[in-house]
Design a protein around this ligand. Structure first.
Ligand code: AMP
Ligand code: MG
Length: 586
């Protein structure tokens, strides 16, 4: 989450500034949360109140709830004072976290300053302070100085500093979801090709430390600032020398230089021809050394090194840049950073990476029948399973999940939800109500935008996908049935989201493995079955293909993909197994 702070001495106007900024950003439609540091002993509640008594009695978390707000008090007994990052982790994802206080924490901040406090500025000594907001003109500072009351200018500064000004990427074409005319049932591959051709990144970019770039998508090519390895060095612990200076004979004998070369502690002299030097793994090869003999292969007597002849020139030595040369492409734009990539860029001297802002993926559930899990025993109500499933997938994929809640089958409520969604998310996933039936309000409403297209895709399980744009924000209307919702999300939404996020088009990993089942399939639709591997690495499928069987999704470790055409599968017939992990589902 984007975090920005306001700091300053007591009575410097911090809280007033916080208040004005929160009002400013929320008026712009951003979701803002705040965090405030206070001193030990200062509390929200007065002694003797009910919650105070609950906590004093030993309650770990105490919730005080009314119809207006919910306060959660979490007791810290015998634990260290939590760090800002731990506190932020407790917040519901939002667009911006404004922090009051915490002046020693590393997040960027503005110092509020009032001359009347009589205090000297914190800014010159605190590197995390990026600007000052003061009620009086200040002597020349190396930082921007704002008028403490100029909320608009201060807010604009925060937007740039946090990368909140982000809609600088090109919009999608107006009718990007139109299918070629005349097509009745679109084959899966054609639907995928259409998405691939029409979509492009919709997020802005920002700079982040490489160490924090896990899961982020590179926005530019990243080249090596320095070679790896930066200098020729020893690959083993042993003794180094110039190959050209080796004496003849079956057993080589050489005098040792009275010094050594170690990693981080190079030998800066020159090793004379015909001499050797003790050298340790990773040490730069000193002048006069191009070859290293392993310590296991040698004998040392009286400062003389002996080993059998036959070593090759350059043995056990790594050349400078043999892995990556300076200036060479390390990772291309579109690459999604994983732990090994963090290692690579770090080794090549890159401390920051230019990445796409995280794609904000809004998830909305629709349907009068839906209820939050566990809130009712009415058998006419269905617990909302899609929203938590989709939000967890979005998080899995490294995007920012935006929970847009559940909306009844009500046109006005739905319109409001879409307006809200379009201001908080870069792409919207809805589930339910996406066909063309009477109660399918999602379809009906999206149809009014003029951008709606029902994709009747030849896929099982699946119903028509509703694709549209709401105020320029792409909407994927997924089937309500959780099995169909998951399959269509994995097959269509996953590669589409990757492209919208600035990444590559993704095709799932597939293995041809023998079936442990029999099935005869008619031509016409591509089918996905819930599957997993048995002990012999044969693919078994869930006992029932019933599309309401959510337990099968959870039972499975992947999907079997049966081709568009007819298929006659017997035990042993190779089938395409697509593990969940290959869909980035972990
Ligand atoms: P629909 O696409 O709205 O016709 O819904 C198809 C089926 O999926 C119905 O049985 C719905 O109750 C069910 N359904 C829709 N949304 C969800 C959801 N979020 N979680 C679980 N089931 C759902
Ligand atoms: Mg419905």
């Amino acid at each position: 989450m984007r975090v920005f702070g306001i700091t300053g001495w007591k009575n410097s106007g911090k809280t007033g500034l916080m208040e004005r900024l929160v009002a400013h950003f929320t008026a712009k439609g951003l979701r803002v949360s705040t965090l405030k540091h206070t001193h030990h002993g200062v509390d929200l509640e007065r002694p003797g109140t009910d919650t105070h008594r609950h906590r004093e009695a030993g309650g770990q978390e105490v919730v005080l709830a009314s119809s207006a707000r919910v306060s959660i008090l979490h007791e810290l007994r015998e634990t260290d004072e939590p760090r800002l990052t731990d506190l932020i982790a407790r917040l519901t994802p939002c667009d911006l976290v404004l922090v009051e206080g915490f002046k020693s924490a590393p997040h960027p901040k503005i110092e509020a300053h009032r001359a009347a406090t009589g205090e000297a500025l914190l800014a010159p000594k605190n590197q995390t302070i990026r600007a000052v907001a003061s009620d009086t003109p200040l002597p020349a500072l190396d930082l921007p100085v704002f008028d403490l009351d100029d909320t608009k200018a201060i807010a604009a500064f925060i937007e740039v500093a946090t990368g909140l000004t982000r809609r600088d990427a090109p919009r999608l074409a107006n009718d990007c979801f139109a299918l070629p005319p005349g097509v009745n049932w679109t084959p899966v591959d054609d639907a995928l090709t259409t998405l691939r051709d029409r979509l492009h990144p919709v997020t802005g970019t920002e700079r982040v430390p490489v160490a924090k770039a896990h899961d982020r998508i590179l926005a530019t090519d990243h080249v090596a600032v320095r070679a790896n390895p930066p200098g020729a060095n020893a690959a083993v612990d042993g003794y180094g020398f110039a190959y050209a200076g080796l004496p003849a004979g079956d057993v080589i004998q050489m005098p040792l230089v009275d010094d050594r070369a170690a990693a981080g502690a190079p030998f800066n002299g020159t090793v004379p021809m015909g001499h050797a030097i003790r050298i340790l793994t990773g040490a730069l090869l000193p002048d006069g050394v191009d070859t290293v003999v392993m310590q296991e292969d040698v004998q040392i007597d009286d400062n003389t090194l002996s080993f059998p002849a036959g070593i090759k020139p350059g043995a056990n030595a790594r050349a400078a840049g043999e892995d990556v040369k300076a200036g060479k492409l390390a990772l291309p734009a579109g690459h999604k950073m994983r732990a090994p990539d963090v290692a690579l860029l770090s080794a090549l001297g890159l401390s920051d990476a230019q990445v796409h802002c995280r794609l904000r993926v809004g998830v909305l559930s629709t349907g009068d029948e839906l209820a939050a899990p566990g809130t009712t025993l009415d058998p006419a109500r269905t617990y909302d399973a899609n929203r938590p499933m989709l939000l967890s997938l979005v998080e899995n994929w490294g995007y920012t999940p935006v929970d847009l809640g559940h909306v009844k089958d009500d046109r006005d409520e739905l319109r409001q939800a879409f307006d809200d969604a379009a201001s908080r998310a870069d792409v919207i996933l809805t589930s339910g109500g996406a066909s063309a039936g009477d109660e399918d309000h999602v379809s009906a409403l999206l149809d009014q935008t003029g951008s709606l297209h029902h994709w009747r895709i030849a896929i099982k399980p699946g119903r028509p996908l509703a694709l549209a744009q709401w105020n320029d924000t792409p909407v994927f209307g997924l089937p309500g049935n959780p099995v169909a919702a998951l399959v269509t999300t994995l097959v269509f939404a996953r590669p589409a989201l990757s492209v919208l996020a600035g990444g590559n088009w993704l095709t799932p990993q597939a293995f041809n493995l023998p079936a442990a089942f029999a099935k005869s399939k008619k031509p016409g639709r591509r089918e996905y079955l819930r599957a997993r591997l048995n002990d012999d690495d044969h693919v078994e499928v869930f006992q029932s293909e019933g599309s309401g069987r959510i337990s099968g999704l959870s039972w499975a470790t992947g999907l079997v993909e049966l081709p568009d055409g007819a298929a006659d599968i017997k035990p042993g017939t190779p089938v395409r197994y697509l593990p969940y992990s290959g869909f980035g589902l972990t």
